[in-house]
Design a protein around this ligand. Structure first.
Ligand SMILES: *[C@@H]1O[C@H](CO)[C@@H](O)[C@H](O)[C@H]1NC(C)=O
Ligand SMILES: *[C@@H]1O[C@H](CO)[C@@H](O)[C@H](O)[C@H]1NC(C)=O
Length: 216
């Protein structure tokens, strides 16, 4: 099968050390790196997505995960079974109110074979998402992607970006998980903010006093 130009550069198997379990992972170019974050460039790529109206990692998110898993296990119009890819992506709105559930969007990366022409889901709650070409600020962390750790790392990343005067889209962030629940050690997770304009990778000259680095 011939892939459209550029696609194989987007996804490939185990090219990064944290892509150890899946046949295909999302590939990126490293733009630059500081002590606090990486800037990466991603090519456009298609995901299969579903929304969960719930608190993060709650029942709604588990059900959303199951819907996506059913889709790759054959719950689609062609009855096609696909390999699981990495990472699993969760889009999280930034300014959610405490008293109302937020809409989280969970997405699985479509395998390269189905990027162009994915089989339609049989569940109407699933839809395709075309992620544009983009640059993101990335903070990586180990362990489990739980609501609290994800929030902690997004706060640490925000502080670093604000210190560096690095503009990013403040309305949402992505939380990513690269491992199945079977993997217990060396788990890899990330939090992303989408860069706006030219990404900033310079370390500020005078870190403000009175805001010590958070201890992990
Ligand atoms: C990639 O996968 C192949 C086959 O599964 C394995 O032999 C190789 O060591 C892996 N490479 C990395 C960098 O993990
Ligand atoms: C930030 O993201 C939101 C939600 O995806 C989008 O509607 C908005 O246009 C983005 N802002 C900018 C400046 O791109």
């Amino acid at each position: 099968r011939a892939y459209p130009a550029g696609l194989l550069a987007v996804i490939h198997n185990n090219s990064s050390s944290f892509c150890s379990e899946s046949k295909e992972c999302l590939l990126f170019d490293l733009v630059c790196r500081t002590a606090d974050y990486e800037v990466r460039h991603y090519d456009p790529v298609k995901w299969v997505s579903t929304d969960a109206e719930a608190y993060f990692m709650g029942v709604g998110a588990a059900m959303a995960f199951r819907r996506l898993f059913k889709y790759i296990s054959g719950a689609n119009e062609d009855g096609v079974k696909m390999d699981m890819t990495a990472p699993v992506l969760v889009k999280i709105p930034e300014d959610r109110k405490m008293w109302e559930p937020a809409i989280y969007t969970l997405s699985f990366l479509l395998p390269s074979e189905y990027q162009d022409n994915p089989p339609n889901p049989t569940n109407e709650k699933l839809y395709f998402t075309d992620m544009p070409d983009m640059k993101v600020y990335v903070r990586s962390y180990g362990g489990w992607m739980l609501s609290l750790t994800s929030k902690l790392h997004s706060h640490i990343l925000i502080r670093a970006l604000d210190r560096a005067h690095a503009p990013y889209n403040t309305s949402f962030h992505y939380s990513l998980s690269y491992d199945s629940p079977m993997k217990l050690l060396n788990r890899h997770n990330e939090v992303w903010y989408v860069a706006e304009g030219e990404p900033v990778c310079t370390v500020p000259q005078n870190p403000p006093t009175g805001s010590p680095k958070p201890q992990l």
